[in-house]
Structure formats: C-alpha cells, structure tokens
Design a protein around this ligand. Sequence first.
Ligand SMILES: [Zn+2]
Length: 157
Amino acid sequence: MPNCDMCGRGAGVLKRAKIEGAVLDVCDGCAGKGEIIRIPYGGGRSFQRSVQPAREVKVVEYELASGFGKIIHNARKVREWDVKKLSEVLHAKESLMHKIEAGKIKPDLSFAQRIEHALGIKLVEKVEEDDDDVKNAGSGRGGMTLADFVKVKKVKK
Ligand SMILES: [Zn+2]
C-alpha cells in the first residue's frame, strides 16, 4: 500500500497534489490541504488526425465584375441608400463612391469585398488558373499588389 507523502499513512489511492509549492502524492485527507493536479491521460488515446494532402499551389486571381459600378449603383438604389449613406457604411469618401459607381475607379479586392458585404452583392470572382490557362501572362507579374489581381472582365457582346 502506498504511503502518503504528507502524513505517511497508507492509502489505497494517492492523489497528486501541489501543497506548499511541492508536488506530492498524498491521501485524500492531505489532498484537501493543497491543490489537486490533474494527471493527464498518458498515451493510448488516438486522435484522428486529418492528413492534409500536399496541394499544388495555384494562382488565385480575383476578377472584378465588369459592370461593378452599375451593380453597386443598382444595389444601393434597391436599399434606397444615397451615395452618402453608402460611403458612411463603408467608411469611404463620398467622392470615391461616386467614381466607383461611374466605373472610373476600380475598388481593390478588400474594398470590393467590403462593398459586397455592405450591399449583399457579388462583385469579385475568385479565379483559380491552371498553368496551361494563364491569360495575360507577363502583365506585371512580380511586385504585384492585391489591386493588380483585380481585373475587369471584358464581356463580349
Ligand atoms: Zn496524508
């Protein structure tokens, strides 16, 4: 029968407890004087691990809808917001919103996504390009900013 580290009494089951800064195996009575330490389960427990397959790195590009200005404009009208209201919601300048709606300025990716959320519309499409389908190759790859990823899709009529 193991003996309690504190009182020396024999006890059936000892508890590991921190008492006065020392970690001791003690009986029930002595354990109450300290802080019981939970003994972590050792081994035997198998966690199901999701094995991530090695993925090929794909070039992810974002395309801005060609009529983004009109989409924003229409969605804003549906909500009966004026440009001022929209610019307030987006914490953007009113003049900027006017230019975006007019299609004169392209919002960058993060801003486009904020507009999407604010108006509940879809402006940005994520495009995963395969290697053999690289369009516009050589159009400023390297030193890219997010804004460069936003391309205006030209729709042929
Ligand atoms: Zn004891």
